[in-house]
Design a protein around this ligand. Structure first.
Ligand code: ADP
Ligand code: MG
Length: 250
């Protein structure tokens, strides 16, 4: 079995008296799309915030390549190969698509690092940004102001911005939110392609999409994992149906 890029053990985060993420164990491996589902308030975004270093755990462990990294800030985890997209958009709308991606690459590779202050370094960043845009299918949109892209294209752009940080694990919080059927289909194809050479964690509400793309599902309710396994196992789990799926798919 391939080594986990990212793993959590008994990961817990409380906000005052509320435990948003409780004792969560999760494993992300390259080549696998791992979907995390659960009703609103289940703790999905909090889990992503913990894995990306945007929030510190209250207790429990986060491991990258088997080494404990809990408590490290987001920029350190980014350097260790953790990339994320946000539920709310991060795009600078007046700037061209390519420039948005280049800035994301620069932030990750350190504007301060001398390598990228040289002419050659600057070209490397542009090349990285162009490759990321091409990967999401936006090569022809590179000069367009990001604000003029369609909603779906802006979500693709956000993924390109994440890819430009050269992550091994991609944490995607509802990348399909607000998309029409065609945009959804394009994004689903992209997610499958990305999962070939990344460890992907996908938070998504649309159960048709989730069951179509996921290799593995983890179901959260009230901060806890109530089930985790391959889609067929989750679909037939009585506990999951009762707690969540039954109402969602009825
Ligand atoms: P989901 O993404 O599954 O909808 P969240 O992780 O956003 O759920 O939220 C889980 C729970 O934690 C909710 O009850 C939410 O109100 C609470 N929560 C999330 N972030 C904070 C915060 N920064 N401060 C206080 N409570 C929070
Ligand atoms: Mg959320």
């Amino acid at each position: 079995m391939s080594q986990a890029v990212l793993e959590t053990r008994a990961l817990t985060r409380s906000f005052g008296g509320l435990t948003a993420v409780a004792q969560v164990a999760l494993t992300l491996v390259i080549g696998e799309l791992h979907a995390v589902i659960g009703p609103n308030g289940a703790g999905k975004s909090t889990l992503i915030n913990l894995l990306s270093g945007d929030l510190r755990p209250s207790s429990g462990q986060i491991l990258i390549d088997g080494a404990s990294v809990g408590g490290l800030p987001a920029h350190r985890l980014a350097r260790l190969g953790i990339g994320r997209s946000y539920q709310k958009t991060n795009i600078l709308k007046s700037l061209p698509a390519l420039e948005n991606v280049r800035l994301a690459a620069q932030a990750r590779h350190g504007g301060g690092r001398r390598l990228f202050q040289t002419a050659r370094g600057a070209r490397d960043l542009v090349a990285l940004a162009e490759a990321a845009l091409a990967r999401v299918g936006l090569a022809s949109a590179s000069d367009r102001p990001a604000g003029q892209l369609s909603h779906g294209e802006q979500r693709q752009l956000e993924i390109a911005m994440t890819l430009a940080t050269e992550p091994r694990a991609l944490l995607l919080d509802e990348p399909l939110a607000g998309m029409g059927p065609e945009e959804t289909e394009r994004m689903v194809t992209l997610l499958r392609q990305l999962a070939a050479d990344h460890a992907v964690l996908l938070v998504e509400h649309d159960m048709d999409v989730v069951f179509a793309v996921a290799d593995r599902l983890t179901v959260m309710v009230d901060g806890r994992v109530i089930a985790s396994g391959p889609p067929e196992m989750i679909r037939s789990s009585a506990a999951v149906r009762e707690a969540y799926l039954g109402e969602a798919t009825a």
